[in-house]
Design a protein around this ligand. Structure first.
Ligand SMILES: Cc1cc2nc3c(=O)[nH]c(=O)nc-3n(C[C@H](O)[C@H](O)[C@H](O)COP(=O)(O)OP(=O)(O)OC[C@H]3O[C@@H](n4cnc5c(N)ncnc54)[C@H](O)[C@@H]3O)c2cc1C
Length: 395
């Protein structure tokens, strides 16, 4: 039996290789040199996003019928966009998150919207490089649960009027469409959970000045969105009420996060292999040992992520959700481990405030806080104990 027959193929397809090389080249020549300035100025990496658009990658997670590349968890080639995010994170974590969130928003529209909406919104993505995001987060959501939103959508003639505050709205200042989630007034949090794709310039949507000033991921500018009687017509209401929790859409984005942690760890590894010989410590047995441990961790995580992507491709949905959590868990642990072991062999001189390594550490540490590591592992545990579980209960 050939390897292909039993579904085990550990090589990239020609298209995947092309994306790996293309984004790697963009990262090396464009994203890495710009990273310090974006970080210092705390601005969205618009030139990097433009580079993706110019390279024909705006439609990475849009289906081929609209001219996209057909990736995304529910796409024909789930691994393709994961590779792009991984390779971007290697050079700039903030840009990788920006790409991830655009891919996330456009994939959702691709999969749950009507043909007319897909043509209108995603046509604009593929043809004009319009960007989207996806903001579920809002102040205090952690203790209320992922779907228990305070931001309220009230049904009126021809659409919804929305009021509330969203936070952590990545790319909000740059996108053509702010995708936000709200709860329909008078319905339960899950049944009334609704997505709204709000075009730029819609009255009643403003960004809260000064609401983004974190320690790391500074260029993944994610301000608060204030919604004040913002009318969203039906043409921009995405999917039916409750589809996001019902189909566990959040689980379809686990791997995009995992790819960021993987790429960020690769960035640290790249830095160390360049830095240690220059520093004269490459012959130190402990430096060799730690570097080898970091490499082994990275390679292990990569194959977990790639296998999870394969499960999505095979449409083994429940397995894919759970294994994506496994991959994400290991990707976080590995990233934190790479930071810890890397710091020990790099030494304090590598950490002056403006060094690339310092920025990578700040970014990776903040970005790995998206997730609740323990809750992720406990969900996998629940499944194996035959108990009820939800692969989206926590990010
Ligand atoms: C750079 C960046 C970009 C982001 N971009 C987006 C985006 O584009 N869209 C979006 O929707 N979100 C985004 N987020 C938000 C992210 O997905 C999380 O919602 C956010 O990080 C939650 O932060 P938190 O401080 O509320 O802490 P959480 O991580 O939610 O919680 C912190 C800790 O609280 C504890 N905890 C958990 N549950 C409970 C409970 N029920 N009661 C008490 N304690 C509990 C746990 O120990 C947990 O680890 C972004 C975040 C970052 C850092």
């Amino acid at each position: 039996m050939s390897a292909r027959t039993i579904g085990m193929d550990f090589d990239y397809t020609p298209k995947q290789r092309e994306i790996y090389d293309l984004v790697g080249e963009l990262g090396k020549t464009h994203f890495a040199p710009r990273a310090a300035e974006y970080d210092e100025k705390t601005v969205t990496p618009v030139a990097n996003m433009r580079d993706f658009i110019d390279a024909g990658l705006a439609g990475l997670t849009v289906s081929e019928d609209l001219g996209g590349l057909g990736s995304g968890a529910m796409g024909r080639d789930p691994l393709l966009y994961i590779i792009a995010i991984e390779q971007t994170a290697r050079y700039c974590m903030s840009t990788a998150h920006s790409l991830h969130i655009h891919c996330h928003g456009s994939h959702l529209v691709d999969q749950i919207c009507s043909p007319a909406q897909r043509k209108n919104i995603l046509g604009n993505v593929v043809e004009n490089g319009a960007l989207l995001n996806a903001t579920g987060s809002e102040p205090g959501r952690t203790s209320r649960g992922l779907y228990n939103l305070v931001t309220a959508a009230e049904r009126v003639d021809g659409g919804y009027v929305v009021n509330g505050t969203k936070n952590y709205a990545s790319l909000a200042d740059t996108v053509e469409y702010n995708v936000i989630f709200a709860g329909i007034k008078g319905m339960s949090p899950t049944e009334g959970h609704i997505g709204l794709c709000i075009p730029r310039g819609t009255p009643g949507l403003t960004l809260e000045e000064g609401s983004w000033n974190p320690m790391g991921m500074r260029a993944a500018v994610s301000p608060n969105i204030l919604l004040d009687n913002c009318f969203v017509p039906d043409d921009y209401v995405i999917g039916t009420p409750g589809v996001f929790p019902r189909d566990r859409w959040q689980a379809r984005f686990h791997l995009g996060f995992a790819a960021q942690y993987l790429g960020g760890s690769e960035g640290i590894f790249d830095y160390l292999t360049d830095y240690l010989p220059k520093r004269g410590t490459a012959s130190d047995a402990y430096a060799q040992l730690r570097l080898g441990e970091i490499r082994i961790g990275i390679d292990s995580v990569r194959w977990l992520i790639y296998r999870a992507a394969w499960l999505w491709k095979m449409r083994r949905i429940e397995e894919a959700e759970l294994f994506s959590m496994t991959a994400k868990h290991r990707a976080i642990e590995n990233a934190v481990n790479a930071m810890d072991k890397g710091a020990q062999i790099a030494g304090s001189s590598a950490f002056h405030a403006k060094s690339p390594l310092a920025r990578m550490f700040r970014d990776l540490r903040v970005q790995t806080l998206h997730e609740n590591l323990d809750k992720t592992a406990a969900t996998v545990g629940k499944y194996h104990l035959g108990q009820e579980f939800d692969t989206t209960a926590r990010l």
